[in-house]
Design a protein around this ligand. Structure first.
Ligand code: NAD
Length: 304
């Protein structure tokens, strides 16, 4: 079955380079009309270069696709509003939002200034909030929408020197889970991609590593295109994608222990049980909602 995005309007933030560029090119090849957003600038988010978005629009048009450029920053509410307006004005609406824009200001937490911390969170986390918030009423009113967040292994597994980045990337997953619950009744599905790709962002980390050279960003985009399509029937799902490999990333909770809640629980009891609490055998995937495994554990008391 050929997957088509004909008739859909897609916004890809940070699409002037790297992964966003590949996502935009693929979405356009599959028939979507694309807003290529990117203010340009350095990997640290300094400066600007309007030619980045324009070049990708030219590429899409030369290949017979349809695209417009937008150079606003996702980091401001007003900028995000103008990005969504660009889609509405050029193409009459919007169906897909890929929150991809990002910057890096790596430093160990002890040395990182709050200004740099905030700048990273402003683009990755607040950028996703602003853009999704601006598009949310449109998607819900038309009872169709696909939102793709971009997370990172730096958030889900942690990476030295990337406290701001990791926090922001984990933040978009919390956003995704709540919005998935709020949007599903209107067929507005919210998922995330956790990519690995050789771009200027990762290139700074290890430019000559042979493993890194396999990480063509184009190999990530098919997952994004699927999540952006009507074929996608999942929400709150995190897809890992790198070097042609794909997986699903999910949180699990251990079966843990259950003490009698009618009696005091001491620190010593917790201490004695800690190995069983932390034991990953019998861990189960977390489910939507706030119950976790509370009821399941309490039920084990009734069995005793
Ligand atoms: P990249 O630097 O090539 O692309 C990021 C793009 O975002 C740039 O074109 C940049 O101009 C744009 N951008 C920066 N600030 C912006 C703003 N305020 N508003 C709009 N656009 C802005 O890096 P990339 O590797 O292609 O990263 C794309 C996304 O994938 C990022 O969210 C990144 O965190 C994530 N990611 C990348 C990797 C990887 O291995 N490359 C791994 C995990 C996550």
């Amino acid at each position: 079955m050929t997957l088509s995005l004909e008739g859909r309007v897609a916004i890809v933030t940070g699409a002037g380079a790297g992964l966003g560029r590949e996502h935009a090119l693929l979405l356009a090849r599959r028939g979507a009309k694309v807003v290529v957003n990117d203010p340009g600038g350095s990997v640290n988010g300094v400066g600007g270069d309007e030619s980045a978005a324009a070049a990708v629009v030219d590429e899409i048009r030369s290949a017979g696709g349809t695209a417009v450029a937008n150079v606003d920053s996702v980091a401001s509410e007003e900028g995000a509003g103008r990005i969504i307006d660009a889609a509405v004005q050029a193409f009459g609406g919007v169906h897909v939002l890929v929150n991809n824009a990002g910057i890096l200001r790596d430093r160990s937490f002890a040395k990182l200034s709050l200004e740099d911390f905030r700048a990273v969170v402003d683009v990755h986390f607040w950028g996703a909030v602003h853009c999704t918030r601006a598009v949310w009423p449109i998607l819900n009113a038309q009872k169709y929408g696909r939102v793709v967040m971009t997370t990172s292994v730096s958030g889900t597994s942690g990476n030295f020197g990337q406290s701001s980045y990791g926090a922001a990337k984990e933040g978009v997953l919390g956003l995704m889970r709540a919005l998935a619950l709020e949007g599903v009744r209107n067929d507005v599905l919210v998922n995330a991609i956790s990519p690995g790709a050789l771009t200027r962002m990762s290139g700074e980390v290890a430019p000559d590593d042979p493993f890194m050279r396999r990480l063509d960003p184009a190999l990530v985009s098919p997952a994004v295109a699927w999540l952006a399509s009507a074929r996608c029937d999942v929400s709150a799902t995190i897809i890992t994608a790198a070097a042609g490999g794909f997986g699903r990333l999910h949180y699990f909770e251990t079966s843990g222990v259950q003490f009698d809640p009618a009696a005091p629980v001491t620190v010593e009891m917790f201490d004695a049980a800690f190995a069983r609490i932390a034991d990953l055998d019998n861990a189960a995937p977390t489910r939507p909602g706030t119950d976790g495994r509370i009821m399941e554990r309490l039920d084990t008391l009734a069995d005793r």
